[in-house]
Design a protein around this ligand. Structure first.
Ligand SMILES: [Zn+2]
Length: 114
């Protein structure tokens, strides 16, 4: 039995939208390009606990970057709001483009599996 539906996750502070199962395969620093995946969970935790939206320091090169600029595989997103589509098939590029125009903010598709 599958669940189908649509949901909205709104966070007063910060939201972290992950792929759920499987975790990250890589997390590349936007400054030095090195993979910091083994540190990234602690980096996200520190960022989440900090006040505001501070830049996140790379443990390898020391550069501080917006957490959204780390290149993550699979993609995660950091936002105050997320829209969830459960078991509604692949979201077509046309749908994503049309949906992205509505909030007036950048939108990225995070694929999650339970
Ligand atoms: Zn770096």
């Amino acid at each position: 039995m599958s669940t189908y539906g649509f949901g909205v996750q709104k966070h007063d502070g910060k939201g972290v939208f992950t792929n759920l199962e499987g975790g990250l395969e890589s997390a590349h620093c936007p400054a030095c390009g090195k993979d910091v995946e083994r540190y990234f969970y602690d980096m996200v935790s520190d960022w989440y606990e900090a006040d505001g939206f501070p830049p996140v320091k790379c443990p390898l090169c020391g550069a501080a970057s917006d957490i959204r600029n780390y290149r993550l595989d699979p993609l995660w997103e950091f936002s105050r709001i997320g829209f969830e589509f459960w078991n509604m098939g692949p979201l077509t590029p046309e749908f994503v483009e049309e949906f992205t125009a509505m909030p007036g903010e950048p939108v990225r598709v995070v694929r999650a599996h339970i």
